[in-house]
Design a protein. Sequence first.
Length: 312
Amino acid sequence: MDTLNGIACFIRSAESGSFASAARVLGLTPAAVGKNVARLETELGVRLFQRTTRRLSLTEAGAAFLRDVQGSIDQLDGAMANARARTGGPAGVLRVALPYAFGREFIVPMLDSFLQAFPAVRPDWRFDNRPVDLIADGFDVAIGGGFDLKPGVVARALAPAQRILIASPDFLGRGPPILTPDDLAGREGILIRSPQTGRIRDWVLTRRKGGEVAIALDRRVVFDDPDAACRAAALGMGVALVAVQSALPWFERAAVVRVLPEWWVEGGNLSLYYPAQHLLPQKTRVFIDHIVESFRIQDLPTRFSAGHPAVC
């Protein structure tokens, strides 16, 4: 068991780059993680890490050992969790990362029925608009878009992640009509900074009939949160470019209207991300199935489409 603990500490430390980060994932102290790794190095007779005050780096032997054992601990954990689930059902802490407003508005309401079906699962959710490192940060599942699909991670598409232009009726009534993309030039824009790069992307509008055109809004306001952008648009500060799922609650409140309804920005997919394990823990598998089924029942893939009548 000491050897298995040492291997687990080694893998998590290698993935995250520090004993402190590994300790948070494993529920141990950094000192305990360091001691377990040191004992493993003594047992193997090789040095696995070069240690500095700021970061760990793998030695050549450590890199080779990581290639050999990576995935083994996850498979063992999954097998053990599944064995327990055969008698007591899915159980354990379920760590999920998801965006702020989208998570609160759409995913949290799915939680109650999940907990009623699987009362032994204990959700531990982190709300953050920035994509997480699923493996290094020790999450079971992440929900969102724009993640780098790193080795060992699987993405399962839930719905389109299209972006649309919105504004308040009051704002649109204060200036010349916006009938074509060219009419956006010089108008106040409410733009969102990329959580991955910190930059504002130059988005391109497309439409059903074909054609593409760059968005020419002025950068009047910049946020890092889509819900804040929707609120600013509802208050008449300008035209916001946001994902359909972010705008949908504001349409339902009649706080905003669609600008250029035939045009939108393609943004990939809203997806579930989870480790690519042969034996997923039952708590993870049943949660994934629950979210996919909830999306189907609520028809969210259609409702999140730029062509849905509710946002046109």
